[in-house]
Design a binder for this molecule. Structure first.
Ligand code: FES
Length: 144
């Protein structure tokens, strides 16, 4: 059976799971968070700042946003938009979309993830997998 173009854009990622799960898909580490039912989010697993492991972060509601708190330097990343949320004492602001949030498709046999759009770049791309180590050394960026 020939698959339609939109089907080809997605690859199988994981079977259903509870809570959270780290999956390597086509060489890229992706963190999945399950909030119940079909409320599942997939983001790059390594923090855009300096590669902290977001799968180990705490989840907090900040300014009506569901954020993952990076265990390394406590940056807060909106799980729905990938924005870094800065500020405090009731005054928060976005530092922009830093972390790649992946499009997913939930099917009976599991969860599929959309292949990366090569044109759109996110800061978290620098830490997406182990093979980007050389690239990181050559062209190190600091993100704040
Ligand atoms: S590595 Fe995540 S906040 Fe620094």
């Amino acid at each position: 059976m020939k698959r339609s173009k939109s089907e080809e854009e997605y690859v199988f990622a994981t079977e259903r799971f509870e809570d959270r799960k780290l999956v390597n898909i086509l060489g890229r580490d992706v963190a999945f968070f399950n909030f119940g039912g079909d409320d599942i989010i997939a983001i790059d697993a390594h923090c855009y700042h300096k590669g902290g492991s977001l799968i180990e972060g705490d989840i907090e509601d900040i300014a009506d946003r569901t954020c993952i708190v990076c265990p390394l330097h406590q940056y807060r990343i909106d799980l729905h938009t990938g924005e870094c949320i800065a500020g405090g004492l009731g005054r928060y602001y976005s530092k922009g979309e830093k972390q790649r949030v992946h499009n997913i498709k939930i099917c009976e046999d599991g969860i599929y993830i959309q292949k990366i759009d090569e044109i759109a770049e996110f800061d978290s791309d620098w830490y997406c997998d182990d093979t980007s180590e050389l690239r990181k050394k050559r062209k190190r960026k600091m993100y704040y």
